[in-house]
Design a protein around this ligand. Structure first.
Ligand code: TMP
Length: 210
């Protein structure tokens, strides 16, 4: 068993996850904790190489199965090289996206069988789950507008169309409903400060942190 705590941020496009992951990591570090802030896909050198294959290029570049296997290839390297060593030494790991993203994007929204994604998770990472998952929820149009305002070339998933993003949002909400002790849904239409306060509150009440 690991000694540290594993906290993940999840949600669709334009929910402000990356900002919130950074703010929570900074908050925990200011309290004197050993904190590792990381992200998926990516987070380790080999996983970052896989990331560029996944987030750029044509929306239909990969079949759902190939895409899922690439996300898990990146994930097991990230886990092995970064997350597990940090948890083993007792650090708090704050990760921008993890396995719930595969379930939401590739299964709920992308149409891959949910059981297959569960089986793949069990095969590669056994019963590993975050200690706390903060799901940032926002209206699809609002989220896509925010994401479009960001100038980057990592738009492969943003371009998948509104229906995909609506299924994605419902997928994350269903994941939260099925794992109510692990997941806390936060209204991401609030101000950055209010979302951060909710994230800190959840870390305090669920994990006794901060
Ligand atoms: P990011 O924009 O949060 O950095 O994530 C990159 C994209 O990858 C985002 O559009 C969501 C997508 N994604 C999946 O489709 N499945 C996954 O398992 C992960 C981690 C991300």
């Amino acid at each position: 068993m690991t000694k540290g705590r594993f906290i993940t941020f999840e949600g669709g496009e334009g929910t402000g996850k990356s900002t919130q992951a950074r703010l929570l990591a900074t908050h925990l570090a200011q309290l004197g904790a050993d904190v590792v802030q990381t992200r998926e896909p990516g987070g380790s050198p080999s996983a970052e190489e896989i990331r560029s294959l996944l987030v750029t290029g044509a929306a239909d570049r990969w079949s759902p199965m190939a895409e899922t296997l690439l996300f898990y290839a990146a994930r097991i390297e990230h886990w092995r090289q970064v997350i597990r060593p940090a948890l083993d030494r007792g650090a708090y790991v704050v990760c921008d996206r993890f396995a719930d993203s595969t379930m939401a994007y590739q299964a709920y929204a992308g149409g891959l069988d949910r059981k297959l994604v569960e089986d793949l998770h069990r095969l590669t990472l056994a019963d590993l789950q975050p200690d706390l998952t903060l799901i940032l929820d926002i209206d699809v149009d609002q989220g896509l507008a925010r994401a479009a305002a960001r100038r980057d070339d990592e738009t492969r998933f943003e371009r998948k169309g509104r229906a995909f993003h609506e299924k994605l949002r419902q997928g994350f909400l269903d994941i939260a409903k099925r794992a109510p002790r692990r997941c806390v849904v936060i209204d991401a239409s609030q101000s950055v400060e209010a979302v951060h306060a909710a994230a800190v509150g959840a870390a305090k009440s669920q994990l006794g942190l901060g």
